[in-house]
Ligand binder design. Structure first.
Ligand code: AMP
Length: 118
């Protein structure tokens, strides 16, 4: 069972922000912003590319609720999902990174010259 399935089942502890029957939001263990929340479906879905439109339709208002609860709807935030190898996905269970609490920079996201990666 993957680590986020174990977190969803409560077998591994997490610092929860919001939970309902289908989704869970918890603090990232290695934050890269003052506020860094992970939002997952409890059901195992590998990544964004394989999520059903029906599940995404339910996940969207849950993500908005998390942002509102943390007052990020007022100040703004960044929502990221890493998909697959080149996207830098390390945990193969769909998750959105909700980042905020500071004015975030937008930097070169590739390790090398981006044109060499095309
Ligand atoms: P990604 O690289 O998009 O797959 O992101 C995986 C994220 O999960 C990283 O930001 C990790 O810091 C985070 N992470 C891994 N294990 C845990 C955990 N047990 N609790 C909270 N966050 C975790």
């Amino acid at each position: 069972m993957c680590i986020f399935c174990q977190i969803a089942k409560g077998e591994i502890p997490s610092n929860k922000v919001l939970e309902d029957e289908e989704f869970l939001a918890f603090h990232d263990i290695n934050p890269i912003a003052p506020i860094h929340i992970l939002i997952i479906p409890k059901e195992h879905v590998e990544n964004f590319q394989s999520v059903s439109p029906e599940l995404m339709a339910k996940m969207t208002p849950f993500i908005q609720k998390v942002a509102s609860q943390l007052c990020l709807d007022q100040t703004g935030y960044r929502l990221i999902t890493n998909n697959g190898r080149d996207g830098g996905q390390e945990v193969p269970h769909l998750h959105f990174h909700l980042l905020g609490g500071a004015k975030l920079k937008w930097t070169n996201l590739t390790h090398n010259d981006p044109h060499k990666n095309l």
